[in-house]
Design a protein around this ligand. Structure first.
Ligand code: SF4
Length: 383
């Protein structure tokens, strides 16, 4: 008797198929490969409960290995290759040649490629971790886009695992004494560094409140926040933000009770509030699960070799799909990005002693370039 079940995933609807011997197939309905549900198969949610749970944990970055009873159909050679694939560690990629060596037949790269392609349990048996000899992505049954996203998910999860080990879990990272101070800080930090924001905040001399900003003339407010730069524009933005806050009678609990999407839409309609400012306010001031994307996020993800979408919202949704939907997780992870960008991953990075320097593609490429320069002598040339 064959059973099946399906559930939605970030990659499309996933169908699980199996029998008493275990899970035999995982099919992804993402439009790249046609498949059919046989009339004989019986739908059973119960039988696949554990597999669905583990896959969901994997998609949210919480699980790195699967512990399921598997029963894939294949030749002995294919099964040996699939076993070797299952042993490639999370977040790493091996070449076909590596796998061929592992199965004891170094000349069988091509046969390994074919067995890889026939893997009936993708994701669980991680054939996406096999890449070309030069590190380039090669074919994937469900398309290269899905392969890239799976590898990115694992890279990002490993990145944060290392950053937590180095810097700790930084949930209380945003330096502010009240929700309103976070809101003001989110505007003042636009196009400047936090030291300047601190100077501007100190200029309020303990009088920072929405009522104070509301009654202070724009020119005077602009002088107070001068150290943050772009002070004339920021004064107007702070006034506009307070106007929005007034709709909630300056009551942070009332704001918190409103749903996140409504708040986000409202905030984005406030003059001078873009995606990063809105998400900083939502996440840090009102505990809504919105991941803050900033230039540091782009820099570090990009250097790690993650394919970073250009649009702010696409990168935010990509990041959010990789972690449990939790305001506190997003706060901590954004804090880690900022800490790491300041400690090591600066514009000119300080890669020595960086906690992820063995995973970083940028460092690897830089080393290759430097080696090439040294070999050609150009590193020591003088003008
Ligand atoms: S190795 Fe260098 S470039 Fe890569 S993340 Fe670390 S500091 Fe940044």
């Amino acid at each position: 008797m064959t059973y099946y079940h399906y559930f939605p995933s970030p990659f499309g609807k996933i169908y699980l198929v199996g029998n008493d011997g275990g899970l035999s197939r995982l099919l992804v309905d993402n439009g790249t490969k046609p498949f059919e549900i046989s009339d004989d198969w019986i739908r059973s949610e119960e039988r696949f409960k554990e597999a669905v749970k583990q896959l969901r944990e994997y998609f949210s970055g919480e699980r790195k290995a699967f512990d399921l009873k598997l029963n894939p159909a294949g030749t002995d050679f294919q099964k040996t290759v699939w076993q070797a694939l299952a042993e490639i560690p999370y977040g790493e990629s091996h070449s076909y040649k590596d796998v061929a060596v592992k199965v004891g037949n170094p000349k069988a790269s091509r046969a390994v490629g074919m067995a890889n392609n026939k893997n009936p349990l993708p994701i669980i048996v991680p054939c996406h971790r096999v890449v070309g000899a030069n590190g380039k992505l090669t074919g994937y049954a469900y398309g290269l886009e899905m392969k890239r996203r799976l590898l990115d998910l694992e890279k990002v999860t490993r990145l944060f695992g290392r950053l937590i080990k180095r810097y700790g879990y930084l949930e209380e990272w945003w330096p502010a004494e009240s929700e309103f101070e976070i809101m003001v800080g989110a505007v003042l930090t636009q196009n400047t560094n936090w030291k300047n924001v601190e100077k501007a905040l100190a200029n309020f001399n303990g009088k920072l409140s929405p009522e104070f900003i509301e009654k202070t003339e724009t020119d005077e407010l602009s002088e107070i926040i001068r150290p943050s730069g772009f002070h004339n524009q920021k004064a107007v933005k702070l006034k506009a933000l307070c106007e929005w806050f007034a709709k909630y009678e300056y009551d942070t609990e009332r704001v918190r009770r409103q749903d996140g999407e409504t708040l986000r839409t409202e905030l984005l309609s406030v003059k001078g509030v873009g995606g990063e400012t809105a998400d900083s306010v939502l996440n840090y001031a009102f505990d809504k699960p919105y991941f803050v994307i900033d230039a540091y996020t782009r820099r570090i993800f990009g250097r790690m070799g993650v394919q970073v979408p250009e649009a702010y919202v696409d990168l935010r949704l990509m990041a959010q799909s990789m972690f449990p939907a939790s305001a506190s997780v997003y706060k901590a992870y954004h804090g880690l990005i900022v800490e790491h960008a300041k400690a090591h991953c600066k514009k000119t990075p300080d890669c020595v002693d960086c906690p992820v320097n063995d995973l970083c593609e940028f460092k690897f490429e830089r080393n290759v370039q430097q080696r090439a320069k040294i070999e050609s002598g150009s590193l020591f040339e003088t003008a």
